[in-house]
Design a protein around this ligand. Structure first.
Ligand code: SF4
Length: 355
């Protein structure tokens, strides 16, 4: 197997439900199904873009993988061999989990990590949030913000710690002179550079980029994107890049997953997705990108209505109330992801007619 196709993260049946309690006795009456049974792999060294409208569950999915939210169900394997994963998945499917298998699962599935194993995992998985104004503590000096993960993990101290912080600042295009300043003394782009430096501190393998350029001025977005690209190459990082901005994903990602109402509806190499979008939802998202040449006459697909309530998702295909191509089968039978070519999968009953 080539290095490019090795998986760093293998997600199986991931669910994140938020329970609703109502009545005098606060009984559990329903669930908001933010993430509803996702299978997805993230390859070593790739940037996987995750796109979809606000409220589709993409950030919740990322944060559940990172253990910032507790999962409802499913497993997330981090840097495990495919053989080990298949062996464990076969046992899970058979429903016959003896004590030895449970122990193996607790070592391989990061959703079950606790205590020391979770602390150790945190060195390898990091996050860069959307808005650095909120994610950086305004009362802390930059040197302490960046040093904090190294101190919590007990990795470095004293002079070595300060040298590492300076090295990280220089890596993101800042310098020693910024050590003793507070976040408010920086521009938005510089603050995001500090957040990236902090995320890099523990030499992670995987970084969740949660809309890292959305809160920045357009002129600064390109600089941060170029920085993230450069760092990915230099440090062989793996990114899950969550965004609703399709042109950003086109620029930075090797593959793209399209999410709708808690599910992945299309997954493809980036170039193929933009050249050959198959799911009607993906087509609608792509058609909303402004075309700089109005004479091209690009057809706009206007989606009617909002994303349905994940408390009560539509039956069959969840996109059917908004899909211009929906037929009877779409209202009753849920489509599953199926192969639509090399490295391209789609969940739609009618993709072949539309290809
Ligand atoms: Fe539209 Fe039917 Fe395909 Fe869903 S399954 S996207 S409703 S055509």
């Amino acid at each position: 197997m080539s290095k490019k196709t090795e998986n760093l993260i293998d997600i199986r049946g991931l669910k994140k439900y938020y329970p609703i309690h109502s009545g005098v006795f606060r009984k559990h009456t329903a669930d908001v199904k933010a993430v509803d049974g996702i299978d997805l792999t993230i390859r070593k060294g790739e940037c996987l873009g995750l796109v979809g409208e606000s409220g589709c569950g993409k950030t919740t999915m990322g944060k559940t993988i990172l253990r910032l939210h507790d999962s409802t169900d499913g497993r997330v394997y981090f840097d495990q061999s495919p053989e080990k994963i298949e062996e464990l998945e076969a046992k899970v499917a058979a429903g016959d989990l003896d004590a030895a298998t449970k122990k193996e699962l607790s070592q391989a599935d990061i959703l079950s990590y606790k205590g020391l194993s979770l602390k150790e995992l945190r060195k390898s998985i990091q996050i860069v949030f959307q808005d650095p104004s909120n994610s950086l503590n305004p009362r802390m000096l930059v040197k302490n913000i960046i040093a904090e993960p190294l101190m919590i993990q007990g990795i470095l101290k004293g002079k070595e710690l300060e040298d590492r912080v300076v090295e990280l600042l220089e890596t993101v295009g800042l310098s020693r002179q910024h050590l003793r300043r507070y976040p408010h003394e920086f521009s938005g782009g510089q603050r995001q550079r500090i957040a990236v430096a902090r995320a890099l501190a523990t030499n992670p393998k995987f970084i969740l980029m949660d809309e890292p350029t959305s809160a920045l001025d357009v002129s600064v977005q390109a600089q941060i994107l170029n920085l993230l690209k450069k760092l990915q190459d230099e440090y062989e990082l793996t990114y899950l890049f969550v965004t609703h901005h399709l042109l950003v994903v086109k620029y930075i990602s090797q593959r793209v997953a399209v999410m709708y109402l808690g599910e992945i509806v299309e997954l493809s190499e980036t170039e193929d997705l933009f050249a050959r979008p198959l799911h009607p939802y993906t087509r609608a998202l792509l058609s909303a990108i402004p075309d700089p040449n109005p004479e091209n006459g690009t057809e706009k697909i206007i989606l009617t209505g909002d994303v349905p309530n994940p408390l009560n998702p539509p039956t069959g295909c969840r996109f059917h109330p908004r899909c211009p191509y929906a037929t009877e089968v779409c209202r009753t039978k849920e489509p599953v992801l199926e192969s639509a070519g090399e490295d391209h999968q789609v969940a739609c009953h009618r993709w072949k007619e539309m290809a």
